[in-house]
Design a protein around this ligand. Structure first.
Ligand code: IPD
Length: 277
């Protein structure tokens, strides 16, 4: 049977590549920086331009589809996932990297139907790596199949995480408590690419065993979550339950053993949900 969402996925790949060109071109110019929720939550005109480029082109081709886009939500649109086909877009995941020309920047497009991610596309623009996953059909990078690491021992693992953009003292305390606990397991190393989407693709590629973060948004992780699970990995909430992409908490790991081991080390807290009224 023909895949109902194949043409949407093909469009997502094409528009992510086009968006990546815009991002690369913008890196050659000065980048005017604005702030959102805090002085370290950055946005540029390129984020806004790329999101509009993606939304306009999808609207022309799929006029009934809905959108959750990072910059549209910042501009006041709602962030509620319905059962309708919905494009979940982060035009530049790694905006701080982009501002500083730190070379890991991704366009992230997840597509959800009935609240389930059907496909995910993460284009790592500067590495020119196109990560894709279709539910039930595996995960790929530039067409090559991806597989998570087989490591079950956290002491033989690399763990990725990020500091996020909250500087609220309680959040910073919890983040440092988790870092200290994970580092002291001890793990082989801690890493962070500066983009949730690329961190998740690193898990899917088998380079790092796990990524966790509290403070992500649904647009940071929707595409990456499917790429990880289709590469054979698992998703878990930081307290061990089922992951909820709107909860802003995530563990993406190569297997349950590593994910559950991380649960023991992470100091949890609950940022306001993405879909909070
Ligand atoms: C951010 C990046 C960062 C992560 C934040 C995200 P943005 O996304 O993924 O690595 O720590 O939680 O919000 O703002 O660059 O799209």
């Amino acid at each position: 049977m023909a895949d109902q969402w194949q043409s949407s996925m093909d469009h997502a790949v094409a528009i992510a590549r086009r968006a990546g060109e815009v991002v690369r071109e913008a890196l050659l110019d000065d980048r005017a920086v604005m702030t959102k929720s805090s002085s370290v939550d950055l946005v540029t005109q390129t984020d806004q331009k790329v999101e509009q480029l993606i939304i306009q082109s999808v609207k022309e081709k799929f006029p009934t589809h809905r959108f959750i886009g990072e910059e549209s939500v910042a501009a006041g649109e709602s962030c509620v996932l319905t059962d309708c086909p919905t494009w979940i877009i982060d035009p530049i995941d790694g905006t701080t990297n982009f501002v500083h020309a730190f070379p890991f920047v991704a366009v992230s497009i997840g597509f959800s139907v009935n609240k389930q991610v059907e496909f995910g596309v993460v284009y790592s623009c500067l590495e020119d790596k196109m990560f894709t996953a279709r539910r039930g059909k595996g995960a790929f990078c530039n067409g090559q199949p991806l597989e998570v690491s087989e490591q079950k021992d956290i002491q033989q693992s690399i763990v990725a995480t990020e500091f996020g953009s909250s500087r609220a003292p309680e959040a910073v305390d919890r983040i440092f408590c988790s870092l200290k606990n994970v580092l002291s397991v001890p793990v082989h190393g801690l890493r962070g690419a500066g983009t949730a989407a690329i961190n998740m693709c690193l898990v899917a590629s088998g380079c790092v065993e796990a990524y966790y973060e509290i403070g992500t948004h649904v647009w940071d992780v929707a595409a990456g979550s499917l790429i990880v699970s289709e590469a054979g990995g698992v998703l878990m909430d930081v307290e061990g339950g089922e992951v909820d992409l709107m909860s802003r908490r995530i563990i993406a790991a190569n297997n349950r053993t590593i994910a559950q081991r991380l649960v023991r080390e992470i100091a949890p807290f609950r940022p306001p949900r993405d879909d909070a009224p």
